[in-house]
Design a protein around this ligand. Structure first.
Ligand SMILES: *[C@@H]1O[C@H](CO)[C@@H](O)[C@H](O)[C@H]1NC(C)=O
Ligand SMILES: *[C@@H]1O[C@H](CO)[C@@H](O)[C@H](O)[C@H]1NC(C)=O
Ligand SMILES: *[C@@H]1O[C@H](CO)[C@@H](O)[C@H](O)[C@H]1NC(C)=O
Ligand SMILES: *[C@@H]1O[C@H](CO)[C@@H](O)[C@H](O)[C@H]1NC(C)=O
Ligand SMILES: *[C@@H]1O[C@H](CO)[C@@H](O)[C@H](O)[C@H]1NC(C)=O
Length: 610
């Protein structure tokens, strides 16, 4: 233990000193020193009798004392009126407290860093031996599984707290898996001389520190998995020697900051996974050398802005995942160079608008996921250059209408998700261009009405969701010509079951097999409320009920002879017109016409038919 002492004392004292001087004045430092540091032997560090562990214990104790001296609330006594002088004093001590609090956090981190460095120095190392048959025999007699035929060593899930000291590791080892253990750090010589090692799996341990030269000899390493550990800081040099590294998985750690130079010299990376860390800033120069990178996963971090130039040179990138961050700003040229990008995932961020040029160079893009943002504005040409776009996910945003001509060049698109937006209506040309669309999800909007021609371009549509909207009527002919439709979901709308529901009722009856899940149910009028739309016939929908819908009085007579169904829509409609126009008074007729005019489709239908 004693061997760390000198190192420790020098580091602790220098760090303490510099930490303090940064944040407070000399006088305050002296005050602080007399209050908190008097226990630390500081007159002659080279002759201190403490060993590393004792010193650390002492330092931890010191930090605890400090922490307990920071009041939980700095607003204590704020209810009292103070005179001017007292106010100054109060402000002074508030500042002090805040400074001590931030100092505490700083020091705490520094102590943890020192502690893990020391732990690393004191880690045992296994026996690295020449790769000869005899040594491979020794390797197989160790506590773990050693396979000479594949030159691999697997010590998976064996409760290791450090590497087994008696284990022989021949230096021509090709694969090492020591994942799922309790390793908290490793000695810098653990992989020394393993120049043929190709795969190293350190995942699912509790690693909080990697010596910067741990991987220095791993010239042949192709895959490095360190995911699911507790790394917070990485030395910029950690990966510099890994010239042949292809895959680096650092996901599920606690990395807050990435040194901009951390991937320097590592030029063969094709997959980098940094998902599930705490990265706030994505340094613009980070990926400067990654000319062959194909997949980059930065999902589940805390990134707020995507700065211009960060993706320059990533011309081979195919998959880019920034989901579950807090991205609110994306520079217009951020994606500019990603000519080969196939999949771009931006879901769950705070993007509010899509500009005309942001995606314009992504010629190969097939999937664009923008689900769960705050998008309320999309430029009408935003997708016009994306000739290969097959899937577009825009669900859970704030769109209240579709931009004009948005899909004119989108004839490759097969899936379009627009669920959970704020759409109130659909125009006749909103989906113009989507001739190959198979799935359209419009559920959970606030659609009240849409143009009967809106779905007309969707000749290849197979699944349609317009459930959970505010639709009272399905426009006449809205689903005409959608012959490939396999499933349509219409329920959870406040369907109004008067004569205008004839089209819907008949559609349901004739295409029962296409109905997906629940039966559409009438909201009203009167006692039709709660009934299934598909069960209602002409008499139910048109006779008598019309009166209640128009609030005409007196009620129209109920037909004496029930009409035998089935009839086609035109027949129903003519009957209904006759009913309206030949059995009511002039005054009622006028009333009815006014009401009819409020529904565009009905107005045109009526004027054509009469
Ligand atoms: C170190 O401490 C010992 C006793 O604690 C003392 O005898 C010795 O003179 C000290 N050495 C130096 C260099 O101060
Ligand atoms: C001290 O703080 C109070 C409120 O916290 C503020 O109103 C006052 O201006 C401050 N005084 C000085 C001298 O900063
Ligand atoms: C990155 O890691 C996360 C969590 O470990 C995993 O779910 C995800 O699939 C990985 N991404 C890639 C591109 O391999
Ligand atoms: C949706 O639209 C309504 C009004 O039509 C508005 O009050 C509401 O804030 C909008 N919601 C979003 C998320 O944009
Ligand atoms: C509806 O039926 C009538 C005869 O009952 C027929 O003349 C008309 O062409 C049919 N219309 C449609 C659209 O099928």
């Amino acid at each position: 233990m004693g061997k760390c002492f000198y190192l420790l004392s020098v580091i602790i004292l220098s760090q303490l000193g510099s930490g303090l001087q940064q944040s407070i004045t000399i006088e305050q430092f002296e005050k602080f020193q007399s209050q908190y540091l008097s226990n630390i032997p500081s007159n002659d560090v080279t002759n201190c009798s403490l060993n590393a562990c004792e010193a650390l214990k002492m330092l931890s104790h010191l930090l605890l004392t400090m922490k307990s001296s920071i009041p939980l609330s700095t607003t204590e006594g704020s209810g009292k009126r103070l005179n001017r002088k007292q106010q100054v004093v109060a402000n002074d001590s508030e500042e002090d407290t805040a400074q001590i609090a931030s100092m505490y956090l700083d020091l705490n981190k520094q102590v943890r860093q020192i502690e893990s460095r020391l732990r690393s120095v004191e880690q045992p190392v296994w026996r690295l031996t020449p790769g000869i048959t005899n040594e491979w025999n020794h390797c197989t007699s160790g506590v773990c599984r050693c396979h000479p035929e594949t030159k691999s060593f697997i010590c998976w899930n064996t409760n290791l707290k450090s590497v087994p000291v008696t284990q022989v590791i021949p230096m021509n080892m090709v694969r090492i898996d020591i994942s799922r253990n309790y390793l908290s750090t490793l000695h810098k010589d653990t992989f020394r001389g393993l120049t043929l090692l190709q795969q190293l799996d350190l995942s699912n341990n509790v690693l909080d520190f990697l010596p910067f030269d741990l991987f220095r000899d791993l010239d042949s390493l192709v895959q490095l998995r360190i995911q699911s550990n507790q790394l917070e800081d990485l030395d910029p040099r950690t990966f510099w020697k890994l010239r042949n590294l292809n895959l680096l998985d650092l996901s599920k750690n606690m990395i807050t900051e990435l040194p901009e130079s951390i991937f320097n010299h590592v030029q063969r990376l094709t997959v980098i996974n940094l998902s599930s860390n705490k990265i706030k800033i994505f340094p613009p120069g980070l990926l400067r050398d990654q000319l062959v990178l194909e997949e980059l996963d930065l999902s589940r971090n805390e990134i707020i802005t995507l700065q211009s130039g960060s993706m320059k040179y990533l011309t081979q990138l195919k998959v880019l995942d920034f989901s579950w961050n807090a991205i609110a700003f994306v520079s217009d040229d951020f994606f500019e160079d990603l000519k080969n990008l196939r999949t771009l995932i931006l879901h769950n961020n705070r993007i509010t608008s899509i500009s005309r040029s942001i995606f314009e160079n992504l010629e190969q893009l097939g999937t664009l996921d923008l689900t769960m943002n705050r998008i309320s504005k999309i430029d009408g040409n935003a997708f016009s250059e994306l000739g290969n776009l097959r899937e577009l996910f825009l669900g859970q945003n704030s769109l209240s209408r579709m931009p004009h001509g948005l899909f004119l060049n989108a004839n490759s698109m097969t899936r379009l998700a627009l669920f959970s937006n704020n759409l109130t209506t659909l125009e006749a040309d909103d989906f113009q261009g989507l001739t190959n669309l198979k799935y359209l999800m419009l559920n959970n909007n606030i659609l009240k009405y849409f143009d009967g021609q809106a779905f007309a371009p969707l000749q290849n549509l197979e699944k349609l969701r317009i459930d959970s909207n505010k639709l009272q009527y399905l426009p006449h002919g809205a689903l005409y010509g959608l012959d490939k439709l396999i499933a349509v979901k219409l329920d959870k709308n406040p369907w109004h079951c008067d004569c205008r529901a004839l089209y819907l009722a008949r559609y349901i009856r004739e295409h029962q097999h296409r109905l997906w899940d629940g039966q559409p149910v009438c909201r009203g009028p009167g006692d039709l409320g709660g009934g299934e739309v598909g069960l209602l016939r002409y008499d139910d929908l048109c006779d008598g009920q019309w009166a209640s819908m128009l609030s005409l009085s007196p009620r129209l007579p109920v037909r004496k002879h029930r009409i035998s169904t089935p009839m086609n829509y035109t027949d129903y409609f003519n009957l209904y017109l006759k009913h309206i126009y030949f059995t009511t008074t002039n005054e009622n007729l006028l009333d009815a016409q006014t009401t009819l005019r409020t529904s565009r489709r009905f107005e045109t239908a009526a004027s054509i038919t009469i």
